[in-house]
Each structure stands twice: as C-alpha cells, then as structure tokens.
Design a protein around this ligand. Structure first.
Ligand code: ZN
Length: 394
C-alpha cells in the first residue's frame, strides 16, 4: 500500500495557514496517516482500509463476542451456516451412509435440527435451562430457539449476558455429546451434559464477572447473577470558583445547521466577569471548534492581562492533547501548537463536565447564531440566557 494513506504534516498546516493559527515551531515535520484521526499509522486502520465491508448481522453479533472462547464462535458460525459434518449435510456432498442419531431410545435420522433442537437429549437439555429461567420456547428450529433466548427480556447486565451465552454453551455440549457417542462409542446422559454446561458457565462467569462469588448449584448461580446491578453513584456537578488570585477560563463549542460556533468566559475568584466572547467558525468539525474557542479564550486572556489561569473545557480529547497526554489528531495540530505556544507554566488545563460549563455553552450557541465575533466586557452586555446562567453559577 506504500505511502498512499499518508500526508505530509506541513500539508495540513498549509491549509490552515490562511487562518490565524499558523505558527513556527521547533517540532520536526512528521508524516500524517490520514486514515486515523490521531494521524498515527496503525495496522487496525490499514486493515479497515483494505478489507471488504458489508452490513453487520444482528444474530452474528451474539456469538462473535469477546467473552466466550473463540472456538465457540467458530462453532456457531459453522452451525448457522450448515457447515457441521452431520449426516444430512454429508448427503448434499453425495456421501450416503446409514444414519442413526445417538440421542433417542428409538434412533432416528441424524439431522442438524434433530441433534441440536428436536432430539431427546436436546429437548431435555433445553427444557431444563428454559424452565429454570422462566422461558417457554416452543421453537422447533435451532435458529428460532436462539432468537427466543436472545430476545427474552431479563433485568441486570449479568443475566442479559447469560441469556446471550448459555444457548451457545448448550449447543456446543450437545455437539460434543454427539461426537463422543459417534467416535468413542460412549453414551452421555442428559444429567452429564447439564453438569458440563453448568461447569463451563461457572468458568466463564469467573472470567467475566470477577466480583461475583460463583455458587456450585445452578439455582444459586442464577440468584447471584440476578442481584448484579450497575453501581450508581451520584455526584453534584457545578462550576467551581477558582482559588484567590486565580482566574478561570471556560470554553465550549456548538454546532448548528448554520455552522459551528465557540464561546468562552473568564471569571475571577469571586465569580465576577472579566471578559467573555462568542464567535462563529463556519463549517468546521466540533473538535476544531473546541480548539479554536480555547485558543481565542487564551488570546483574550493575554489581552486583558490575566496571568494565573485555570482553563476548563468539557472536551476531554482537547484537554488531554494540550496536556500532551494523548496524540493530537491531525485536524487540530496547528491549533494545539498555537495553544501551547507562549502558555505560561502557571496555567492549568482541566476537563470539566458540561453541567459545569453552561455559561460557555450558551455563548457558543450565541456565536453560532450571530455569525460574527462579539466580545463582552460587562455583564450587562451579555445575552439574556447567558446572564441567567452566570448568576446561577454564583
Ligand atoms: Zn435422536
């Protein structure tokens, strides 16, 4: 594939040089991989570039899941595509022989549906687990049984995971019982198949939910899974006053049908307005708008002579890029470079939740609607909505 996916770092700079972000830097020129937002080459993005794509299958997503062994995923793929070497499948390849199932007292023809859904062993096994979960599946085919399980409503993430995984385990151990009977001449009883399924399920639960004590009995196991709930904690989020002698800059962006806008506000340790701004950036993506709003806020801060500044944005990507914790996406490299340039060490860059960033958010919306840059130095000049939000922060 050569360098077809790469652009030269200075190429993106050239595009932005028409704006106000171009600045010389001591950073060396680098190759930019345009197929990844970070600009860094990865085999993952290269694979996405060359692989053929098509719509994802809803049913396939249930067995191509990372929490089950890969051999089970491949087994399920072969099963639903009719690729397991059962007697009825071999017939399609002109291999005819005596066909006799292993699972019934009165043996019948071995077909996929018989071994996995309608045979004696299959019926008993499905019925045991369906009864324990209160599910009544009168389904006759493997596919409809699986769909009934996957659509059955249960509460709690652990039980939901169980409903996705258990049908796969049932089918896998029915297949193993068939193979042991066919190739080793040993008959596996229904109780043994159930015990193997429960044992394997306990192993998977141990790996997937490390916090759960895994009981041995099936009924106890279901009870243990039923009480697993997502832990919810409530945290009050609001704008916080900066320490005495410090100032705080909040910035945000907003995207509307008319384009993107940005806004920001600098307040002192008593929450008093120092300066606020709103601007329209035209057709740029949200990350670029966030970065441009932050740069504009810093430039205004320098103009009004603010020294110790705490900079807050609800864009985690931008904050971590400025703090050099994450790689900078190619689209905002020139802006981030301009942000970093000349920033005193006394400045801090912090991420905040959007609930604590409402004043900047309202200014960004105003900027997107107004279509021009507006700077406010008095609270009375602010838009009505921003005035109210500013008062609520105090
Ligand atoms: Zn049978």
């Amino acid at each position: 594939m050569g360098l077809s996916g790469f652009g030269i770092g200075s190429r993106s700079d050239r595009g932005v040089a028409q704006g106000s972000f171009f600045c010389f830097s001591s950073d060396p020129d680098t190759l930019v991989w345009l197929r990844d937002p970070s600009g860094v080459f990865s085999t993952r993005s290269a694979y996405q570039l060359v692989r053929p794509t098509r719509a994802c299958s809803w049913a396939f997503s249930f067995f191509w899941q990372s929490s089950i062994p890969r051999k089970l995923s491949f087994f399920m793929w072969r099963l639903v595509n009719g690729q397991l070497p059962m007697d009825d499948v071999l017939k399609k390849f002109q291999i005819h022989g005596p066909s006799k199932c292993h699972c019934c007292v009165l043996a019948q023809l071995e077909t996929m549906e018989h071994v996995f859904s309608t045979g004696q062993l299959a019926t008993e096994t499905w019925a045991f687990f369906e009864y324990s979960l209160g599910l009544s599946a009168s389904a006759a085919t493997v596919r409809s049984r699986c769909v009934t399980w996957w659509l059955f409503p249960v509460k709690g993430k652990a039980l939901r995971w169980l409903m996705r995984t258990l049908p796969i385990l049932i089918l896998w151990f029915l297949w193993r019982a068939r193979n042991i009977s066919r190739f080793e001449g040993r008959k596996i009883a229904g109780s043994q198949v159930r015990a193997l399924i429960i044992h394997e399920m306990r192993m998977l639960i141990r790996g997937h939910f490390s916090s759960i004590m895994v009981p041995c009995q099936w009924e106890d196991l279901l009870e243990a899974l039923a009480v697993v709930r997502r832990a919810l904690t409530a945290t009050a989020v609001r704008w916080a006053f900066p320490p005495t002698g410090c100032f705080k800059l909040n910035t945000d962006s907003c995207a509307t049908g008319r384009g993107s806008g940005g806004g920001g506000v600098i307040r002192d340790s008593c929450g008093r307005l120092i300066v606020a701004f709103a601007d329209s950036f035209g057709c740029v993506d949200s990350l670029q708008a966030e970065a441009r709003a932050l740069l504009l806020g810093l430039q205004l801060g320098r103009q009004v002579g603010v020294s110790r500044l705490i900079v807050e944005s609800d864009c985690l990507v931008l904050i971590n890029c400025v703090r050099r914790e994450w790689g900078v996406p190619a689209g905002i490299r020139p802006i981030v470079r301009a942000i970093r340039l000349g920033v005193p060490s006394s400045h801090q860059f912090c991420h905040c939740y959007r609930e604590g960033n409402t004043v900047a958010d309202s200014l960004a919306a105003y900027g997107a609607m107004s279509g021009t840059r507006v700077v406010f130095t008095k609270g009375s000049q602010l838009p009505t909505r921003t005035k109210g939000l500013l008062a609520l922060d105090l």
